[in-house]
Design a protein. Structure first.
Length: 434
């Protein structure tokens, strides 16, 4: 490294990532058992502890504290462990002659049974593997169904004709599938890479298919939800009262909640299924398979059942997204109708309040008129008493004349006074409202 230059803190980690999970080196004849156990994302520590415990039994080096991959040479077999996001794989291998009765006495029988029983998770994939050397006796095609335990299997020349692979993708009575790899001119690393790809095809296939039960389960739920939404949409043109619209809006909100629950339950699984399906297709392409006359290839085998299953999951996902948009759209329309109805009611209420205010104003003006008359009457009466008192004192006044002349003056002054008070009260109320 030139002087003065500094490594990025992640340089070593990122550079080592492409070398983190090397392929196995296989020297035929080779036998293996492959397990894939489904676990949650928090199970990595438990998986690592189990691998460390097995290594400790055979005095082998344990995996690193944060490792997601480990290779170990144990007594009579090898272990290849990989930790993925949702599952862990355990591949047990032994380089030994293939028995005359193929797939008998599998390698996993050498693994401590109590250790196997303590593995976290549930088995999703279990496959016995046999890799036959180049000088093996040629197989009789009639024997393949018996060897693989079923007549429904896939077979092809792979790696540019360097090997023949036959796999049943089934769960036989012993709980395992079978993979037979006929070595022709594979180098050890090529053989390890080929076996890893074939095992990944089976593992990723099963992981992708985890979405299919969800698609089947929620397909009927979506059909019922679509029927309910169609019925609700039809009722929108028949609604009259605001209460009916609010009731329908409540039903629509409940339906929207149910759709969101289905989305929450399926979104991750459907997304993972798409990713796993893409990995399956990529691994099959990497096999570079060529047809063996009389057998269906791996791509044909998966195209018959896996692809339609993934299309089903994709269709349910599309239906779910479309239904969610439709529910949101209908809900928006219904809320708009309710808002319009509320605005109309508010307008009618304001008009009614305006009429009431006008009536109150007129009544107030009438009351003010009576008030002016009453106050003027009392004031004129007081003026009359005052005029009578002054006349008794000797002033030449006619009380009746004085009262008559004071009436218009008093009435006008009282009217102005009442009006002034009303204006002052109105301004005070307006200031308080502001």
């Amino acid at each position: 490294m030139p002087a003065g230059l500094k490594d990025h803190e992640l340089r070593q980690e990122l550079a080592a990532e492409v070398h983190a999970r090397p392929f196995m080196l296989l020297q035929a004849p080779e036998r293996a058992t492959h397990l894939a156990l489904l676990t949650d994302e928090q199970a990595a520590e438990g998986d690592r502890a189990q691998v460390a415990a097995l290594c400790a039994r055979y005095a082998a080096a344990p995996p690193a504290a944060d490792a997601n991959f480990h290779l170990a040479e144990l007594d009579g077999f090898r272990l290849r462990w990989e930790r993925h996001t949702e599952f862990s794989t355990y591949t047990f291998l032994a380089c030994e002659p293939i028995p005359e009765a193929r797939f008998s006495a599998p390698v996993i029988e050498r693994v401590p049974q109590d250790w196997l029983a303590a593995l976290p998770g549930e088995i999703l994939v279990a496959v016995h593997v046999e890799v036959e050397p180049q000088d093996s006796v040629e197989l009789d095609p009639e024997d393949l169904p018996r060897i693989l335990g079923t007549d429904n299997f896939a077979g092809a020349q792979v790696s540019g004709g360097a090997a023949n692979a036959f796999m049943n993708f089934a769960v036989l009575e012993d709980g395992y599938g079978r993979l037979l790899l006929r070595h022709k001119r594979l180098k050890p690393r090529q053989a390890g890479r080929l076996l890893q790809r074939l095992l990944e095809v089976e593992t990723y296939r099963m992981m992708a298919l985890l979405a299919l039960p969800l698609a089947r389960r929620y397909g009927g739920v979506l059909s019922e939800a679509e029927r309910r939404l169609t019925a609700m949409t039809g009722k929108m043109t028949e609604l009259k009262a605001l209460e009916d619209e609010r009731a329908l809006l409540g039903d629509l909100t409940e339906l929207s909640s149910e759709v969101e629950k289905v989305q929450a339950a399926t979104a991750y699984r459907f997304g993972a299924a798409r990713a796993y399906f893409e990995l399956v297709n990529r691994r099959i392409e990497e096999l570079r398979e060529e047809r063996i006359e009389g057998y269906q290839t791996f791509s044909e085998f998966f195209g018959r059942r896996l692809t339609p299953a993934m299309r089903t999951c994709e269709a349910v996902g599309v239906r779910l997204a479309d239904l969610s948009r439709r529910v949101a759209r209908v809900g928006q329309l219904l809320r708009t109708r309710v808002d319009v109805q509320l605005e109309a009611q508010n307008r009618d209420l304001l008009e009614s309040m305006d009429r009431r205010v006008k009536l109150q104003t007129r009544l107030q003006e009438t009351v003010e008129g009576f008030s002016v008359v009453a106050i003027s009457y009392y004031l004129v009466s007081l003026i009359g008493y005052a005029a009578k008192s002054l006349k008794s004192s000797g002033l030449p006044l006619d009380p009746a004349l004085v009262m008559g002349l004071s009436i218009p003056v008093v009435a006008l002054l009282v009217w102005f006074g009442v009006r002034r008070l009303r204006k002052l009260a109105t301004r005070s109320v307006e200031r308080q409202e502001k």
